[in-house]
Ligand binder design. Structure first.
Ligand code: CS2
Length: 484
């Protein structure tokens, strides 16, 4: 079968949407760090719509900070790939053309810094996942002892970390008298722009206090709330998409029809008209992000951690387990909703119902292990902030105890039936070693994990209203119960 490429576009079946612009005329206006499935299913799609409208200033240079896979798959396809939106109602295919160039940062870090310093680049956006920010999750500050940050402070001309690339490129632009780009985080963190701003200022100041002051004064960091469920691509997806296209697509995306993007409109050097595709601009993204993180991502982590312990494989499988689905719905209704600050115009019950419907999408093979990965980095914003707000209101920990206890069982690497679980988490070795040392005793095991300050901080573990329900939930889960 022929490969997807610009020359193959004209012969695609008529039902397949495709770029209508001359890709040769597109300038690179956005450098995106972390060119994974999520970016390609979300921001790149909104941007593709703007290019289709004729604003050709906004092509994307997609950079991987680690592996060459995406570049290797997409470069032979001229950067083109398919987004297949699937639900019980059918599948829609769209070939996306906004990613016009790809780079693999570790192969030539200086070249990526140079590309980010190009005068046409107005935006640097990021989807590098929680751990890519090199944050100390319990304090929210830049982890100056993180090996990548230690490296970048010593060798800023050849950075490794996302903050390192941004600071290195801002430094070059400043030295060349170019205006800075706008830095836009699209990761699942509360106030992601503000957080990233603090990290960049901290790193820039460490390199040169004047660069720190310049970043504080001149660089915009709009916060955003991004939402689309994007399972990792598997061979089955490749086969389905290639069959529909009649040409081979090495790295398509299969996702849901739903997509949402809420953006703080602070782009001094301009931005694509993402609103054309339905992006919403607001003054303050925080309530939207908080609602999404605590309801959607919080419920996702519950399903992933508890569902994996019961031997379920996908989100839809976990939702078909009635006891678990009702538990997660009750978590959303009774534990999260009462402490939410409702964003302007939001209908929380309708939002919850829509989430449950999305989780049940029978066409998405969204593996629980994907969501459970990096849980140590996700728990602070998905569970612990809800716990703190509940305590501030005099409310008990509620079902969060089960989410946290499930995280602890999960970290042992085995489900309830003794089957091995795939552990993908930067803290996995430490967590497992602590559990192994604690042995079978629930109190010892829970205390051993609660002592990880990087996740839990110092205060919560001292609180008996926090610690005791987790111990009870840990015991209950070991017996397959979802009640204390
Ligand atoms: C998921 C998210 O993997 C995870 O942790 O909870 O990636 C989730 O699918 C997205 O945030 C949905 O927008």
């Amino acid at each position: 079968m022929k490969q997807l490429s610009v020359s193959a576009l004209a012969a695609l079946p008529a039902s397949i949407q495709r770029p209508t612009y001359d890709r040769g005329q597109v300038k690179i206006g956005i450098v995106h760090l972390g060119i994974g499935g999520f970016h390609r299913a979300h921001q790149a799609v909104y941007t593709d719509a703007c290019l289709n409208e004729g604003d050709l200033r906004w092509g994307i240079l997609g950079a991987s900070l680690r592996s060459p896979q995406t570049r290797d798959a997409l470069t032979p396809q001229d950067g083109l790939y398919t987004v297949a939106s699937r639900s019980g109602e059918g599948t829609e295919y769209r070939v996306i053309g906004s990613v016009v160039s790809l780079m693999v940062a570790p192969e030539n870090p200086a070249a990526l810094v140079e590309a980010m310093a190009h005068p046409d680049v107005k935006i640097v956006s990021l989807t590098v996942t929680e751990k890519g920010y090199c944050i100390d999750p319990s304090s929210g500050a830049l982890d100056m002892a993180h090996p990548d940050i230690v490296h970048d402070i010593a060798h800023l001309n050849e950075p490794i970390s996302a903050p390192g690339f941004i600071v290195a490129a801002l430094k070059q632009r400043r030295e060349r008298g170019l205006k800075p780009f706008t830095v836009m985080s699209c990761d699942n963190l509360v106030s992601n722009g503000e957080k990233l701003r603090a990290l960049i200022i901290a790193l820039a100041t460490r390199i040169d206090p004047q660069l720190g002051a310049y970043s504080a004064e001149h660089v915009a960091f709009p916060s955003t709330m991004v939402d689309r469920i994007v399972p990792h691509t598997v061979d089955e997806d490749r086969a389905m998409v290639s069959k529909a296209l009649g040409v081979n697509d090495a790295w398509p995306i299969v996702t849901e029809p739903f997509t949402q993007w809420v953006i703080e409109d602070h782009f001094p050097e301009g931005r694509p008209d993402w609103g054309r595709m339905g992006a919403q601009t607001v003054k303050d993204v925080t309530p939207f992000e908080t609602m999404k993180l605590r309801l959607l991502n919080g419920a996702h982590s519950m399903l992933a951690l508890i569902g994996s312990l019961s031997g379920h494989a996908t989100v839809a499988d976990a939702m078909a387990d009635h006891a678990l689905a009702s538990f997660v719905e009750a978590f959303m209704v009774e534990d999260v909703t009462p402490i939410l600050v409702v964003p302007d115009g939001a209908d929380v019950p309708a939002y919850r119902t829509a989430l449950l419907h999305r989780f049940r999408n029978p066409e998405l093979k969204h593996r629980l292990v994907q969501i459970a990965s990096d849980s140590s980095q996700k728990i602070p914003q998905r569970f612990l902030s809800t716990a703190r707000d509940r305590f501030n209101k005099g409310l008990p920990l509620g079902r969060i105890a089960f989410g946290l206890a499930a995280f602890m069982h999960f970290a042992s690497g085995y489900d309830r039936h003794g089957a091995p679980l795939e552990l993908r988490d930067p803290l996995a070795p430490e967590l497992k070693a602590r559990l192994d040392a604690a042995g079978a005793d629930a109190v010892k095991a829970v205390d051993a994990i609660l002592a990880v300050e990087k996740i839990f901080g110092r205060e919560l573990p001292k609180n008996s209203h926090f610690r005791e329900p987790i111990i009870a939930a840990y015991r209950a889960l070991a017996e397959g119960r979802l009640s204390i």
